[in-house]
Write a protein that binds this ligand. Structure first.
Ligand code: NAP
Length: 336
């Protein structure tokens, strides 16, 4: 059983605790720290979490094996480095960092100090996405040619003026940090690293806060192409469709973490004019948050690294940086 501390007890920090507390055999939350303890006092009492005075106090506590960071984006990489130096394992919410260099530094600190660093890309634990991965691995989809994705919703209206989510240094490129990075991670899980982006990002619906209308063309090192849109001043929806040389697979819906349906359609090679009916597969409901936390705990027990300096989570931050640069310079950006 890994004893964890939750850092940042806002909306998502509480959601992560609720997903695992009393339900998991591999991780439990024993402590926590947050900017305004009074706001989290009732929640902490209900969940049996000891609120501590500061992040530093948590890092010095021998009863804490790991910290789970659910704090504003710009704080993540420094908090990871501090935890690594204190010998604590870290699970950090997405995005791991806001630029390639600081994110890589955080991953290097984790490797240097021998701690496990996990990241909150919970879509990888969706059964439907895992099935698409299997369809690619066993050849049912053929070669991945193209991926379309979008992840949209009314985030721009959810937060009042002055909220950290609206700050340019916390949410650059509109919905990318809140939503788009999930789709980028899912795309790289299915098609490998992205090596080129051409992005545009505008503020069309309201005159304060972050951009609300962001879209981009993507190129993958393996040759596939893709595009992604994230509109954060519209109704909730997400969708991803993978086009392979033998057929396509599509997943998505309105409730982004509770869609357990996969639709697939393959080519009839014996009769290419035969338009096969799509096949719908339904999966059991699972908590992707509990699954990602338990996977993190299992990796600690096995001594297996999760995020590495060369891995997808650092690449994701490099792609985010390229998207920000591309949208501000109106040019195509190639990644090394
Ligand atoms: N995986 C997912 O699907 C998903 C979904 C939602 C969010 N997230 C991620 O979870 C993280 C937290 O997001 P959230 O929605 O939980 O945010 P939130 O509700 O605003 O909570 C942020 C927490 O951090 C604390 N905090 C510490 N220093 C702060 C500062 N300088 N400014 C503002 N808050 C500060 C806040 O304290 P106060 O109580 O004083 O405000 C609060 O407890 C982000 O990385 C976000 O992207 C992930």
């Amino acid at each position: 059983m890994i004893n964890a501390a939750i850092i940042g007890m806002g909306v998502w920090g509480q959601n992560l605790v609720n997903s695992a507390q009393g339900l998991s055999k591999s991780i439990r939350f024993v402590a926590g720290a947050t900017r305004t303890p009074a706001k989290a006092a009732d929640f902490a009492a209900r969940q049996g979490i000891r609120i501590m005075d500061s992040y530093e106090a948590v890092l010095a506590d021998p009863g804490v094996d790991a910290v789970v960071l659910a704090t504003p984006h710009s704080m993540h990489t420094d908090q990871i480095v501090a935890a690594a130096q204190a010998g604590k394992h870290v699970f950090c919410e997405k995005p791991l960092g806001l630029d390639g260099a600081s994110t890589r530094r955080a991953a290097e600190a984790a490797a240097r100090h021998g701690i496990v660093l996990g990241v909150g890309y919970n879509w990888r634990f969706q059964p439907a996405l895992q099935e698409i991965r299997r369809m690619i691995d066993d050849g049912r989809l053929g070669r991945v040619l193209h991926i379309e994705g979008n992840f949209c919703g009314p985030s721009a209206y959810r937060f009042p003026q002055g909220h950290w989510r609206h700050a340019g240094d916390e949410s650059p490129a509109g919905g990318m940090t809140g939503r788009g990075v999930h789709v980028i991670d899912a795309m790289m899980y299915l098609a490998g690293p992205i090596d080129e982006v051409t992005a545009q990002s505008f503020r069309l619906a309201q005159d304060f806060g972050s951009d609300d209308t962001t879209s981009m063309l993507l190129h993958f090192a393996g040759g596939s192409t893709g595009y992604l849109g994230t509109i954060i001043a519209t109704a909730e929806t997400w969708r991803m469709q993978v086009f392979g040389s033998s057929g396509w697979a599509r997943v998505g819906g309105v409730q982004h973490l509770n869609t357990w349906e996969l639709t697939t359609c393959t080519i009839d090679r014996d009769n290419i004019m035969n338009k096969r009916e799509p096949v719908v597969t339904r999966f059991d409901d699972v908590s992707t948050e509990r699954a990602e936390l338990e996977h993190f705990a299992d990796c600690i027990v096995r001594g297996e690294p999760l995020v590495t300096p060369e891995g997808d989570a650092v690449r994701n931050a490099q792609v985010l940086e390229a998207i920000i640069l591309s949208s501000s310079t109106h040019s195509t950006v190639r990644l090394p």
